[in-house]
Design a protein. Structure first.
Lengths: 138, 265
């Protein structure tokens, strides 16, 4: 495989590797991937419209409701590995539904927790900008 | 009456001349402005949609956000194919050219240094997922386990039930072990890929709802690569995928260096 020949996955490599995202170009780039990169990343030059930075920060926090934390992902991973494929197809479907239901409940709980956190941050943000998080102080 | 603001896409290393770029946010045309010897790509936007109150409202609307995010990305991405770029944070809006130019000119030296650091580099994203082991034993063992456990459920076959529980326990611990191994493998992959990168950045793994895949994501990383590093990166990822059959690697890129534009070296 030569340079630029990105679409071709190595022999034995998983078929999904590289192909879809690279071959189809950026117009169809995954929205999550784009938002992850543009929302609170990039060059920060304060605009005249200052409030949008706060808005974005809040939005980003909200977005993280759907972006699992590393620990959560590991938990999900472990749940997944523990998923019981040894039961009958029917039971395994039920287990899957239970798992999905559980994930939803977890998400709701996380949602509630993050909403609380958002309120705190909102209070902080409007209370005084001196206490902004370190990644915004440069 | 329409009040206009200026939406910023990126600072580019490009001295003058026309730039042909896709339409910007809300279908606006992108202009190149000079600020402190740098070129800033921007377009005029209606403050009724992109003003303070409107942004506050619109950013909460995922449909609006997607449209604007994609338009913003298309411009930055097209520019990045032509010149070294320093992508601006999304939703950087000024009231007029003059204040925008002043804000960028004030930090021209810093911006030039950042351009030198990330400009000419591309960003590549690698997501690593754990994949299930395809064991031949699985479909064979399953029917036996089902029939036995069904019997045990009625309390008629305690011996078989105990055997089933024992087997389940060892299966579960084997799966836990696989999970740990997969996480360790994902770390190895990251260390290896980092060797090629000028900088790296780790993102939180995306939830299955966002990634659109059922498999757990173990790594969500961005790598800043120079031209030489980018050239062999895809094959490096391919090799890593081949070396770790318990992982699936998903490569995206090249991206403009979004994840590294705001970071100090």
């Amino acid at each position: 495989m030569m340079e630029g020949d990105i679409v071709q996955a190595g022999a034995g490599a998983p078929q999904s590797y590289g192909t879809a995202s690279v071959a189809s170009g950026r117009t169809s780039a995954n929205l999550g991937d784009i938002l992850e990169r543009i929302l609170d990343k990039g060059l920060v030059i304060a605009g005249d419209i200052q409030v949008n930075l706060l808005d974005i920060e809040l939005l980003t926090i909200k977005l993280r409701l759907v972006i699992a934390s590393l620990d959560t992902a590991r938990e999900v991973g472990i749940n997944w590995w523990e998923n019981d494929p040894w039961l009958s197809a029917d039971a395994s479907r039920r287990a899957e539904q239970r798992e999905l239901g559980g994930a939803e409940t977890d998400l709701r709980a996380e949602n509630r927790r993050l909403r609380g956190r958002v309120s705190e941050l909102e209070a902080d943000a409007y209370g005084g900008n001196g206490a902004r998080r370190e990644r915004r102080t440069r | 009456m329409t009040h206009e603001g200026v939406w910023v896409y990126a600072v580019v290393d490009h001295a003058g001349g026309d730039v042909f770029l896709p339409a910007g946010v809300a279908g606006t045309s992108v202009r190149a402005l000079t600020a402190g010897g740098l070129t800033v790509l921007a377009s005029n936007v209606d403050l009724a949609e992109f003003g303070e109150a409107a942004l506050r409202r619109n950013l909460e609307d995922l449909t609006w956000l997607e449209e604007v995010a994609r338009a913003h990305h298309n411009v930055v991405d097209a520019a990045a194919r032509l010149f070294p770029v320093l992508p601006a944070r999304f939703a950087t809006v000024h009231h007029a050219d003059a204040s925008m130019v002043a804000a960028f000119a004030d930090r021209a030296d810093q911006l030039r240094a950042a351009l030198a650091r990330v400009g000419g580099h591309t960003e590549w994203g690698v997501k690593v997922y754990a994949v299930p082991k395809q064991r031949g034993a699985q479909p064979v063992a399953a029917p036996a386990a089902v029939s036995t456990s069904t019997g045990a459920g009625t309390g008629s076959e305690p011996g078989a039930g105990m055997a089933y529980l024992k087997r389940r326990r060892s299966e579960i611990s084997a799966k836990r072990e696989s999970s740990r191994t997969a996480v360790a493998s994902a770390r190895e992959v990251h260390v290896e890929l980092s060797g090629r990168a000028a900088q790296t950045r780790l993102y939180p793994p995306q939830s299955p709802a966002l990634s659109g895949t059922k498999e757990p994501m173990l790594l969500n990383a961005a790598y800043l690569l120079d031209a030489g590093g980018a050239a062999g990166f895809a094959s490096l990822v391919g090799q890593a995928a081949a070396a770790h059959p318990d992982l699936r690697l998903d490569l995206t890129g090249p991206w403009p260096p979004y994840s590294f534009a705001g970071q100090e070296a």
